[in-house]
Design a protein around this ligand. Sequence first.
Ligand code: ADP
Ligand code: TRP
Length: 322
Amino acid sequence: MARYLTGIQPSGALHIGNYFGALKPAVELQELGEAFYFIADYHALTTINDPEQLRKNVLGVALDFLACGLDPDKACFFRQSAIPIVTELAWILSTVTPMGLLERSHSYKDKIAHGLSASHGLFAYPVLMAADILLYESDIVPVGQDQKQHLEITRDIVVKFNEVYGPILKLPEPRIRDEVATVVGLDGQKMSKSYGNTLEIFAPEKVLRKKVMSIVTDSVPIEAPKDPSNSIILQLYRLVAGPAEVEAMTESFRAGGTGYGEYKKQLFEGLWSMFEPMRKRRAELESNLEFVETVLKRGAERALTTAEQTISRVRRAVGIGR
Ligand code: ADP
Ligand code: TRP
């Protein structure tokens, strides 16, 4: 059975772009193979330096994932930092990682361009990510397009390591989720935390409604027909409504006589009812945080077994220990 592994950074409340682009596919994959999903808290230290915030985010992501259907009996779900061996592997890998490989990282250059300071952690980020993937002997790594280069770096590191020490590490295959369309944000750009154009999955009703009402539209008057082809409202509505409802809204756009405010209300209703069961589940989990901790602890115990086998093999191969 193939092992699927992916990490998610606890960098804030998850939005519906994250849901359709990452959470939902991850939940579907847990049925197909052996799923390893972890919360990348060591990675998050490259951007968050408030300990309370980090702890809060980690718990938030755990709740979001479990509420959205991650089944802890199927997937192995854990905190990255629960297995500190990963940092040992990262160090060992770093000794065979060419500087040039990391210097070419788009993600690093992007982050610096966006004002993050150039720390060693940020620079070495792809090496820790390689360690995540290799420690758990992953076959397939489902990620978004933005992580493609990181997967290439991982594969280069494997080739390099195995060249020097023999066939020790398993070469993983990326699975780029480009079949999942990019979810559009309130302003028409890609929905992203960094653009401030998001709809959070678990935002309170009032907040979510207000955000939906703020979706950018053109200024076609109520009576006039409206163009359905580029409408942000319709693009989002497609994610939460059935084909018949989408068709009805499209027709109504063409007919004219209805204002955008009305469509936004329908979108809000669709969104609100789609996530209703997840909200309920999240509230239950929130009042049972011990259960959440138990899930993460059990996940870590399972992950540790594989991690120890890999690190022993690696230590032996490189000559660490007796
Ligand atoms: P953000 O852009 O809000 O910072 P992240 O980069 O943390 O989001 O995204 C985590 C995962 O969620 C990514 O791997 C990506 O696949 C998915 N994702 C993020 N935004 C979108 C979007 N607008 N549409 C589809 N998937 C998305
Ligand atoms: N860098 C990934 C992201 O920002 C998160 C991540 C960390 C990851 N380690 C991983 C993803 C290992 C896949 C495999 O989305």
